[in-house]
Design a protein around this ligand. Structure first.
Ligand SMILES: Nc1ncnc2c1ncn2[C@@H]1O[C@H](COP(=O)(O)OP(=O)(O)OP(=O)(O)O)[C@@H](O)[C@H]1O
Ligand SMILES: O=P(O)(O)OC[C@H]1O[C@H](OP(=O)(O)OP(=O)(O)O)[C@H](O)[C@@H]1O
Length: 214
């Protein structure tokens, strides 16, 4: 590997809704990331002018790439971080992709003994109800979670709420908001030591940019 390539920071970027907000934040921090990539199908984006390479990943896989060190750093929702529980450093709250994780039920929900709970986040949901001392049966789904109570698969769901539009359009209600969610900057433990200067300098730039917004 050439010396120049060795110094490149590999960044696992979540495709989809977080990417646009993350690349905007990088631009605000003075890193010229072309907006042409907001809708790209390219999986590896080389950005030598900012000393980075973006690896365009499915959001849930970002902590895996970072834990294994094929990416030095990554951007990921706190929801995924809590669920995946990977061995990575969480460096910074980027304050983007704000939403919340909530327990949701039908508009006319009633208390249920041992309710069935559908979710993309079985570990987080199990731990939440365990800590409350409530027995539940958790069912893992991968999307359109709101369908589960509508068609009788589950009594409750644990899912993300942002504007509340999905709930309103489907006659569902937020019973309990359980965690605020934003995206985080994470780092591989070895990369954090070996590429400390580059990672710390990016972290500082982003932190200053975020601080200037509030
Ligand atoms: N409605 C929302 N508003 C804001 N942020 C959200 C919302 N839903 C999810 N997020 C955040 O964005 C992250 C990625 O969500 P996104 O919907 O892009 O991916 P996904 O559904 O996991 O992926 P895919 O669409 O590839 O299956 C979530 O992990 C969460 O942190
Ligand atoms: O409160 P709102 O603004 O309506 O946002 C909440 C919705 O957004 C996310 O779904 P997403 O678009 O990721 O779809 P999927 O989970 O079905 O893949 C989340 O799972 C909710 O369904």
């Amino acid at each position: 590997m050439s010396e120049a390539k060795k110094d490149i920071l590999k960044v696992a970027m979540p495709k989809g809704r977080i990417y646009k907000q993350a690349s905007k934040l990088f631009r605000e921090a003075g890193l010229p990331i072309p907006s042409d990539f907001d809708d790209t199908r390219k999986l590896i984006i080389e950005l030598p002018e900012v000393g980075m390479e973006f690896i365009m990943a499915k959001p849930v896989d970002v902590p895996t790439y970072v834990e294994y060190g094929v990416a030095d750093i990554g951007i990921v929702g706190k929801d995924v971080l809590m669920e995946e529980n990977k061995d990575v450093y969480e460096l910074l709250d980027l304050g983007i992709a704000k939403c919340r994780m909530s327990v949701i039920g039908l508009g006319d929900w009633k208390p249920v003994i041992n309710p069935r709970v559908a979710t993309k986040y079985p570990n987080v949901a199990s731990q939440y109800f365990r800590e409350l001392g409530q027995q539940v049966e958790v069912i893992k789904l991968n999307g359109s979670i709101e369908l589960a109570p509508l068609i009788g698969l589950a009594d409750r769901i644990v899912d993300m709420v942002e504007t509340g539009q999905t709930l309103r359009e489907n006659g569902l209600v937020e019973m309990q908001s359980i965690f605020p969610i934003t995206s985080r900057l994470i780092a591989n433990r070895v990369s954090y030591r070996m590429k400390n200067e580059a990672i710390q300098s990016l972290c500082d730039r982003l932190q200053d940019t975020i601080a200037a917004k509030v």
